[in-house]
Design a protein around this ligand. Structure first.
Ligand SMILES: [Zn+2]
Length: 341
């Protein structure tokens, strides 16, 4: 099954689709269906439920047996994942079989979906959305408040953020970031390469704390400053090394020495490993660095796009959708139609 076929497949089940993901509500259990792999013949889908309580070992064993190899079972606390690997001609039957087995098992064992809102931790949610690792119940009000907050923060940063202040913050952060490396090189006469990874992190936090404008230019600035501070580090070590060795504190002379092409070339040559660890630091902090207010707004928008009402279209007021998750409740064949919007 190719991805387009997956979207059609999930759409026909009443799921909301978004790229490789689809979101649905099966008998009041919010679920995500992920398309992980597929060629012309076989497909791999992951159906994920989030339950209020984790499955114990006995329940896991029992559920695995009821599945009878129609799906792999992966349990992490209350997050239950069924990996369905099937020939394309069988995928529909196998999906239905796994779905029905899972729902019947959850209901027999009184395993309700997680009902606590991940944002305010309150109960009585009215919406399902893909939030914090899974498709789960949430208050639509909480989602919209969160959206407003991130949009406001983005607008404020856009208005008040400053490249100059950010640069100053980045420079201060860079000096803080090289301190552990300088100290270990000078006093322990060792280089802990991993400490280099601190440099980009500190530059980023300095940039952010001093209210630098957070956008793509900030990413570029963090990378450029990281490289600059690798040289600053070498220079500071040279100045203090000379001081330790000869008792002469001569930053100016050291700088003149430092910028001589042959010496600089030698330094760059020896930078090999530290450069690798600096890149590692950039990669470690990449998630932070690239998390600008704009991307946060975009993430929040994509979360909102996954949301659909938890109560059925003909929902009665005051009806708690989780009441149906009691033992011996009948298993419905059709998923609830999603409410677009
Ligand atoms: Zn809430």
């Amino acid at each position: 099954m190719k991805i387009q076929a997956f979207q059609t497949f999930a759409g026909q089940k009443g799921f909301l689709t978004s790229g490789k993901m689809a979101f649905g509500i099966l008998d009041q259990y919010p679920v995500s269906l992920e398309y992980t792999n597929g060629n012309g013949k076989r497909s791999v889908l992951i159906l994920q439920f989030m339950l209020k309580a984790p499955l114990d070992k006995m329940q896991q064993k029992e559920l695995r047996e009821s599945l009878a190899k129609t799906a792999g079972l992966y349990v992490n606390q209350g997050t239950i994942r069924f990996q369905i690997t099937a020939r394309d001609s069988d995928v529909d039957d196998q999906f239905e079989s796994v779905k029905n087995t899972a729902l019947a098992f959850f209901k027999q064992n009184g395993l309700a979906p997680i009902s606590q809102c991940p944002i305010c931790h309150g109960e009585n949610c009215d919406t399902a959305a893909f939030y914090a690792g899974g498709y789960r119940a949430v208050h639509s009000q909480c989602l919209h408040t969160a959206m407003e907050q991130v949009s406001d923060a983005a607008a404020r940063n856009q208005q008040n953020g400053s490249y100059l202040l950010g640069l100053i913050g980045g420079l201060l952060g860079g000096f803080v970031g090289i301190i552990p490396s300088v100290l270990t090189i000078l006093f322990m006469e060792r280089i802990y390469s991993l400490l280099y990874a601190l440099i980009p992190l500190c530059i980023y936090w300095g940039y952010k704390l001093c209210k630098g404008k957070l956008n793509k230019a900030a990413i570029a600035m963090v990378i450029v400053l990281s490289i600059v501070f690798l040289f600053v580090l070498e220079y500071v070590v040279l100045v203090f090394g000379v001081y330790q060795e000869y008792g002469i504190f001569s930053p100016v002379e050291c700088f003149q020495l430092f910028i001589q092409p042959d010496i600089l070339a030698e330094i760059v040559k020896e930078m090999g490993t530290s450069f690798i660890f600096l890149i590692l630091g950039i990669l470690i902090s990449w998630g932070q660095i690239t998390k600008t207010p704009q991307t946060t707004v975009m993430n929040m928008q994509s979360i909102l796009q996954t949301s659909q009402s938890l109560t059925p279209a003909a929902g009665q007021p005051g009806w708690n959708p989780f009441d149906s998750a009691t033992p011996d409740a009948p298993v419905k064949d059709d998923p609830n139609p999603p409410i677009e919007g």
